[in-house]
Every structure is written in structure tokens, then in C-alpha cells.
Design a protein around this ligand. Structure first.
Ligand code: ATP
Ligand code: LTN
Length: 333
């Protein structure tokens, strides 16, 4: 008998222009999993509302995100690809998970602390950022995945999801599977090109961020002016050479070469030549991606893919939410 494949689930928020960090740290990982696992990938559009966002921008980001998923090679025949807001059970279980969490658990989240540190008037912190991990827990627990691939910054949220699932299971009886976070070995954290000790982030746009759909000439310039150290040895050393290490990670993630092979190719050569090499790899990859995105947007398949994905996801989510509503007393036994 064929063994049941393990299930995997992940999502990305349509909050801004997608970056090379999202691509290497998340999307490329999803592609590598689609044959081996039963994979669900969604657009976390409800999460995009946690900080103010213009409706036009949200629509545009959503269209680009689904196009990029498809252009990168996520196959809707193999993967359940959907938009979170098309499956209303996310918001409903999200509310149940908010009630299942406490202020202490949520205020300990690093992302919450980081995002609110910049807001000087604490009274104006949007409640959505605070309850974000409860909705994320619901996104996951609705589908009982075995694994959740995420960047290192999201690991804590998956751990909280496990805690909330355990709490629910022990209060009401076994209901949710405990998911495990999966962190990719290389590329788990792509750093900013201008500040290589910081994460490359789409919400803090700066000259250190490569956007997937930007003019590739701009990306080339950003790589050529990436901050590095003052010697000239191309060697992976995260502590002393964060800039060069970041460029090595990028080049290795986008090519079939290991970091060591690339280091060997650049023995005795300078940083200028190395940066040009990295820029060529990135520009080639992004040019191809942009061409595919254009074709997908012109083909009109996006709505069909999302409708089919929402139907499959809803089937699973509805079953789980019914079970939860019955256990907590909202439905008759
Ligand atoms: P924000 O900057 O708004 O926090 P983000 O760029 O981190 O957003 P998300 O939607 O939160 O984007 O992330 C989508 C996925 O991409 C997550 O799995 C996240 O860990 C991963 N990711 C984001 N930035 C990077 C990065 N610089 N390196 C590796 N992975 C990343
Ligand atoms: N919080 C994640 C996006 C996200 C997610 C999820 C990832 C929302 N729900 C469920 C994995 C599983 C982020 O900010 N990257």
C-alpha cells in the first residue's frame, strides 16, 4: 500500500513588493517540496490588514503574489493554492484561537515587540498586530499539517501554534495535530544589502532590498553597491564578513553551486568581480521570472486557479471547524 504523504502548509502576506528574501527563504523552498509532500500554499491576505494598507495596493500585491507563485513553478495540479480570505474558516478559527490565547503569550512574540517598538504612542498600536499569531495558528491548525516551512523569524509563531493546539487538545480532547516548523538550511535569512546584519524585508523598503518585479538594472546596481568588509577575500564568515556571506548565500541558493565551490572560484579575485558574478546570477533569474509573471497575468488563469484552490481548502477547513465548534459547545453533539 502506498504510504500517506506528509502534509505541509505555508503562506505569505501580500503586504508589499516581494523580495529576494521571500523568494529564496520561502517560495523556492515551497517548489522543492511540492512533489514529496501534500502541499497547501496560501496568500495570507487577512494578515495584510494588521497594518494599514491601501485597497488598491492590496489587490495589486495579491495579484503579483499569486502570479509569482505560479511563475516560480508551483503547480496548481499538485498544490492547493488559495487565498486566505476565500476560506472564511480562517477568520472563524482565528477568533477561537484568540480566545484560547492569553496576553502574556502574545506579548512575548518577538515580531510583535519589534513591530511595535517603532510606534511611539502605545495607545495607537493596532490590535491586529497583537492577535496576529492567533490567526496564524488557525491558518495552520485548520489543516493538520505535519510541517510548516517558514523563515527563522516565524519559528516562534509556529511554536506558539503548538502551544495553543496542546492547550486546546488537553482542554477539549485530541483535536489538532502539532505542527513542526521547517527552517531551510541555506537562505533561511537573506540579509539587507545595505545593512547585512539586518533581514532583507519588504516592509522596510531601502536600498538594501531586491524586489522581484523591479527593473533588473536597479537590482544590479544595488548588488554592485552592497556593503562588504574592507579586506578582499571571498569567504563565508557570518560574524566577520556578513555582507560577503550574504552574497555567497544568495549566489549559492540561485545556482546549483555550493558556497565552497563559489569561494574556490574567487580565490585571488577581488570583490568587484565577485559582485558582478552575483549580480549576473540574480539578474538572469529575475529576468526569466518577470517574463513568466507577464505571461501568467496575460493568460487569465489566476482567478480559475484561486477558485479551484479555495474549493479544495474549504472542504478541509469546514470539516475541522465543525469539529471544533462541536467540541467547544457552539454546535449540538
Ligand atoms: P515584513 O517585512 O512585512 O515582515 P516579510 O518580508 O518578512 O514581511 P512575510 O510575508 O512575513 O514577508 O514573509 C514571507 C516568508 O518569507 C516567510 O516565510 C519569511 O520568513 C520569509 N522571508 C521574508 N524575508 C526573508 C529573508 N530576508 N530571508 C529569508 N526568508 C525571508
Ligand atoms: N506570518 C507569516 C505568514 C503566515 C504563515 C501562516 C506562514 C501567515 N499564516 C501560516 C506559515 C503558516 C509571515 O509573516 N511570514
Amino acid at each position: 500500500m502506498e504510504q500517506q504523504r506528509k502534509r505541509m502548509l505555508s503562506g505569505i502576506k501580500p503586504t508589499g513588493k516581494l523580495t529576494l528574501g521571500n523568494y529564496i527563504g520561502a517560495i523556492k523552498q515551497f517548489i522543492s517540496y511540492q512533489d514529496e509532500y501534500e502541499l497547501l500554499v496560501f496568500i495570507a491576505d487577512l494578515h495584510a490588514l494588521t497594518l494599514p494598507i491601501d485597497p488598491k495596493e492590496l489587490r495589486e500585491n495579491t495579484k503579483n503574489l499569486i502570479s509569482i507563485y505560479l511563475a516560480c513553478g508551483l503547480d496548481p495540479e499538485k498544490v492547493i493554492l488559495f487565498k486566505q480570505s476565500d476560506v472564511h474558516e480562517h477568520a472563524e478559527l482565528g477568533y477561537v484561537m484568540t480566545c484560547n490565547s492569553n496576553m502574556g503569550e502574545l506579548s512575548r512574540m518577538t515580531q510583535y515587540k519589534d513591530k511595535t517598538a517603532k510606534i511611539s504612542n502605545k495607545e495607537s498600536i493596532p490590535t491586529g498586530i497583537f492577535i496576529y499569531p492567533a490567526l496564524m495558528a488557525a491558518d495552520i491548525l485548520l489543516y493538520d499539517p505535519d510541517y510548516v516551512p517558514v523563515g527563522i523569524d516565524q519559528k516562534q509563531h509556529v511554536e506558539l501554534t503548538r502551544d495553543l493546539a496542546l492547550k486546546f487538545n488537553s482542554h477539549y480532547s485530541e483535536t489538532f495535530k502539532l505542527p513542526e516548523p521547517v527552517i531551510a538550511k541555506t537562505g533561511a535569512k537573506i540579509a539587507s544589502l545595505s545593512n547585512p546584519t539586518k533581514k532583507m524585508s519588504k516592509s522596510e523598503s531601502d536600498k538594501g532590498t531586491i524586489y522581484l518585479l523591479d527593473d533588473v538594472n536597479i537590482s544590479r546596481k544595488k548588488i554592485m553597491s552592497a556593503v562588504t568588509d574592507s579586506d578582499s577575500i571571498v569567504k563565508y564568515d557570518l560574524e566577520n564578513k556578513p555582507g560577503i556571506s550574504n552574497l555567497l548565500t544568495i549566489a549559492s541558493s540561485l545556482s546549483k553551486k555550493s558556497i565552497e565551490e563559489i569561494e574556490n572560484e574567487f580565490v585571488g579575485k577581488g570583490y568587484g568581480e565577485f559582485k558582478k558574478y552575483v549580480a549576473d546570477i540574480v539578474v538572469d533569474e529575475l529576468s526569466l521570472l518577470q517574463q513568466k509573471v507577464k505571461e501568467i497575468q496575460e493568460s487569465g488563469i489566476i482567478d480559475k486557479v484561486l477558485a479551484a484552490g479555495a474549493e479544495k481548502a474549504s472542504y478541509l477547513a469546514r470539516k475541522k471547524l465543525n469539529k471544533v465548534y462541536t467540541k467547544i459547545g457552539l454546535r449540538k453533539r
